[in-house]
Write a protein that binds this ligand. Structure first.
Ligand code: SAH
Ligand code: SF4
Ligand code: F3S
Length: 436
């Protein structure tokens, strides 16, 4: 049987897309190859969000392309956001790339694969779930919308992913039920801006309400929420059922109103802080996480300190922090780059130091509390150490026999490393949450 090897860069949407392409190939008899050398097909799913992401993907693709000569007949496909941005120029730049399929064409991948492997028709059936989900039996992603209409000035995503498109409610429900039947306990709904989900009059809070009724689905997460579209109705729904994780990822990007305006984010620092207060009023223990971007064109030192101030006030459980990288074709790429790389990196490391300290304080203060942990994976082969996640977004390590991924257990946090909680099992239960 032919085998395929995946290398996926970028966000969770890319991970979900790779899984979808993998399933299409499985239906044509492919198996997963253990290494790229041994595989008949290599698929690289790429990201364009920062220049470094493209550089990394390109060097990996070039490496695969060079290695190809060693095995006759091996094919190399490049898909995803960079494939969309550069198109066939990518194949011209890196000889050895056989096929380039942009993120916008992922929905047509079935036809593309048929054209590439005419002798391998899909059998129409699915492989046994145990085979597909053997790596993480606990949690999986479900895209509910694609694309983005927000055009934040720095961001390439609307260009490579196109306009917002929400999926029909029934299709989402069917996808979730299929995963639950296969043993998945937790789903994460994905979109560049899930709050703007809208299909046939159903909006995001209503979609969530419906999904919480699905029996056997124990935990629901979603990402990413845009602050300008995060309503009290949404937070109300989150607070209405224990099935919803008490976690929201709400990228703030910056603390200065002038910079937020230039970024085209549609909120101010104080309206953002007001949003956090509203969320914490409904869900006092909510883990709130963020993305923060430093070194946006013309950001002054004082404006950067407003980002530090915001992070101090917001007390994010964790944040992804980035140095601005100009992306061709975006509005910000036309602005003067006023901050050199050294200064950008200095700002980034100051921010990271601050946030790392806040994350540590939040983890440390959870010691002694009771947690509900979804066990997701064994830390090392045959070890008794298991990784999981609490009802918010905290990583939890439990040393215990008799656990399995997919279990939800009650545990007590007994220690903290500053970015992981160490916990002891109290009792194991398969939850019987009341539906809405
Ligand atoms: N849709 C999501 C984010 C997608 S990109 C949202 O709106 O939150 C993930 C993060 O990458 C962004 O939140 C931003 O912080 C960062 N990012 C996007 N473009 C960037 C750029 N040009 N340079 C550096 N970081 C960038
Ligand atoms: Fe990019 Fe902004 Fe859209 Fe997020 S909301 S994907 S940051 S344009
Ligand atoms: Fe990257 Fe595309 Fe995601 S640009 S962040 S992989 S949507």
């Amino acid at each position: 049987m032919p085998s395929v090897y995946f290398q996926t860069f970028g966000c969770q949407m890319n991970a979900a897309d790779s899984d979808a392409v993998r399933d299409l190939l499985f239906r044509r008899g492919f198996t997963l190859g253990a290494t790229h050398d041994e595989s008949d097909l290599i698929v690289v799913n790429t990201c364009s969000v920062r220049e470094a992401a493209e550089r990394r993907a390109k060097s990996r693709i070039a490496e695969f392309a060079r290695g190809k000569k060693r095995r006759r007949g091996q094919r190399l496909w490049v898909i995803g956001c960079m494939a969309q941005r550069l198109g066939d120029a990518l194949a011209a730049e890196i000889p050895g790339v056989d096929l380039v399929v942009g993120a916008g064409q992922i929905g047509r991948m079935d036809e593309v694969i048929d054209a590439q492997f005419p002798a391998r028709p899909a059998d129409g059936g699915d492989r046994p779930p145990s085979e597909i989900f053997s790596k993480t039996a606990a949690s999986d992603f479900v895209p509910i919308m694609r694309g983005c209409d927000n055009f934040c000035a720095y961001c390439v995503v609307p260009y490579v992913r196109g306009r917002e498109q929400s999926m029909p409610y029934d299709d989402i429900e069917a996808a979730v039920k299929k995963k639950v039947d296969a043993g998945i306990k937790e789903v994460t709904f994905l979109g560049q801006n899930v709050n703007s989900y809208s299909h046939n009059g159903i909006d995001f809070p209503e979609l969530l309400r419906g999904m919480a009724r699905i029996g056997g689905l124990e935990r629901i997460r979603f990402t990413t929420s845009h602050p300008k579209d995060c309503t009290e109705r949404l937070i109300d729904v989150m607070a209405s059922s224990r099935k919803f994780a008490s976690h929201i990822h709400l990228p703030a990007q910056a603390g200065s109103d002038r910079v937020l305006g230039l970024m085209n984010r549609g909120y101010t620092s104080s309206s953002y802080v007001g949003l956090l207060d509203m969320i914490r009023k409904h869900i006092p223990y909510a883990d709130i996480t963020s993305d923060l971007l430093v070194g946006f064109p013309t950001e002054s030192g004082a404006e950067f300190r407003e980002t530090l101030e915001l992070a101090r006030e917001a007390r994010f459980t964790a944040a992804f922090m980035f140095a601005y990288s100009p992306r061709e074709g975006t509005a910000a790429a036309a602005m003067p780059e006023t901050i050199d790389r050294t200064e950008k990196m200095a700002r980034l490391s100051e921010l990271i130091d601050l946030q790392t300290g806040i994350t540590r304080e939040i983890y440390d203060s959870a010691v002694g509390t009771e947690l509900e942990v979804l066990i997701t994976e064994r830390q090392r082969k045959r070890d008794r150490a298991w990784m999981g996640q609490d009802a918010g977004c905290k990583r939890v390590l439990i040393n215990c026999d008799g656990l399995e991924s997919g279990m939800i257990i009650k545990a007590r946090a007994v220690g903290s490393s500053g970015m992981t909680l160490l916990a002891e099992k109290k009792q194991c239960f398969m939850s019987t949450f009341k539906t809405l």
